[in-house]
Design a protein around this ligand. Structure first.
Ligand SMILES: NC(=O)c1ccc[n+]([C@@H]2O[C@H](COP(=O)([O-])OP(=O)(O)OC[C@H]3O[C@@H](n4cnc5c(N)ncnc54)[C@H](O)[C@@H]3O)[C@@H](O)[C@H]2O)c1
Length: 368
């Protein structure tokens, strides 16, 4: 079994516990050390619950990475955004492979530096864009590659959430407070939190590269400083076009990530709240609902499915699938089949381009 340490994921934290559960699901790695909070007492409280040795609970990530370097196979960075860059850096400098949550860093310079450092040190650097772990996203990817949609013409994606439809950040809500603070979130709120998931998934599924975008970032909730809603027009290297909408002020919605891709031979739709079904609409033929685990699934995607159709899998399993691939690369040197530091860098460049466009009145911005 591989051994890992966690940075972040302390008492009351959201996603750290999800990473721990996901890693426990696939049984490939054991948590052995942690700096779960900047407050050692809080780290100790979580560490005790998780059954960790007290001498492997650390006051700072720097101390932990220095002392644990020889004994752990990787570290998981699940802090608020402002602490990604310094913590990934200390891991890499100490020779430790890293899984970092998204958005990767505050600036593309920081992301570039980390990608270069990982390369120089021959370390594995991953960014947990969770949705790439869904079997039906893999199915969509394989079907596009097989040509089932033909030439892609248009991509329409949305990710609405409603939990920030009011000023939660002034109530002491842990997750809302740092997300709404420009210095901690990285200058964007919902674009970094949910918009980047769309940015990652589109090229993952279609193989297309975005060449330009025009974005309008909105603040719908009065009193808020950063974006809580945004609309982005996109163009890709093939000439295909797209439109993304993300929001955390879409009252009443929860995790409504929806992807629609339309080509000259067919279209497809996938909805995160119904993740085991992929809808395929071939031109001139009846629409099909492809169920996870069914014989219609293609071999690569089937490898990501673990229960028979009708026994639902979900978000936790998608997380676990990302880790299965990550651990396989660490353990056996398998080719990376998970989102990498380069993907994280592209995500940060996307954020920067959206900000530039929006500030200039929704002008078109070219991407490299
Ligand atoms: N992949 C996904 O689908 C997904 C989902 C939710 C959140 N996220 C990302 O995960 C990250 C964490 O989000 P969250 O909602 O869990 O935040 P959170 O506020 O709930 O948890 C952050 C934790 O990090 C700890 N922390 C902060 N700085 C630290 C430091 N320097 N050293 C040690 N611990 C430190 C905090 O004490 C806290 O326990 C964010 O980057 C967020 O964007 C990703």
């Amino acid at each position: 079994m591989l051994k890992y340490a966690m940075i972040g994921g302390g008492p009351g934290a959201f996603v750290g516990g999800i990473h721990r559960r996901a890693l426990a699901l696939n049984g490939q790695a054991k948590l052995v050390a942690g700096c779960f909070s900047r407050d050692l007492e809080k780290s100790r409280a979580i560490g005790a619950k998780l059954g960790l040795d007290e001498d492997r609970l650390y006051a700072t990530p720097e101390e932990m990475t220095r002392l644990e370097a020889g004994d752990i196979d990787f570290a998981v960075v699940v802090t608020s955004n402002e602490a990604h860059y310094p913590n990934v850096k200390t891991c890499l400098e100490n020779g430790i492979n890293v899984m970092c949550d998204k958005p990767f860093t505050h600036t593309s310079e920081q992301a570039q530096e980390l990608v270069a450092l990982a390369k120089e040190k021959e370390l594995i650097l991953a960014v947990s864009y969770t949705y790439a772990g869904y079997p039906m996203i893999r199915q969509a990817r394989e079907m596009v590659a097989r040509g089932d949609l033909g030439e892609i013409r248009f991509i329409n994606c949305e990710y609405p959430q409603g939990w920030l439809a009011e000023m939660l950040e002034t109530t002491g809500h842990i997750q809302a407070t740092w997300r709404a603070d420009p210095k901690r979130s990285g200058g964007v709120l919902s674009l970094g939190d949910v918009g980047t998931h769309i940015e990652y998934l589109v090229p993952f599924i279609t193989g297309l590269s975005m060449t330009k975008l025009a974005a309008r970032l909105d603040t719908l909730v009065e009193g808020r400083e950063l974006d809580d809603n945004g609309t982005i027009l996109t163009e890709y290297d093939s000439g295909a076009r797209g439109m993304y909408w993300y929001s955390q002020a879409a009252t009443g919605t929860v995790n409504g990530l929806k992807i629609r891709i339309f080509g000259d031979k067919g279209g497809m739709e996938w909805f995160q709240e119904d993740p085991d079904n992929l809808h395929y609409m071939p031109l001139g033929e009846p629409a099909q609902k492809i169920m996870r685990g069914s014989p219609e699934m293609l071999p690569g995607a089937m490898g990501y499915s673990h229960t028979p159709p009708g026994h639902p899998e979900g978000w936790l399993m998608a997380f676990a699938n990302i880790y299965t691939a990550f651990c396989a690369t660490i353990e056996h040197g398998d080719a990376p089949d998970f989102p990498t530091g380069e993907d994280g860098l592209r995500g940060v460049r996307f954020i920067e381009a959206c900000l530039e466009s929006s500030r200039n009145g929704t002008t078109w911005v070219d991407l490299e």
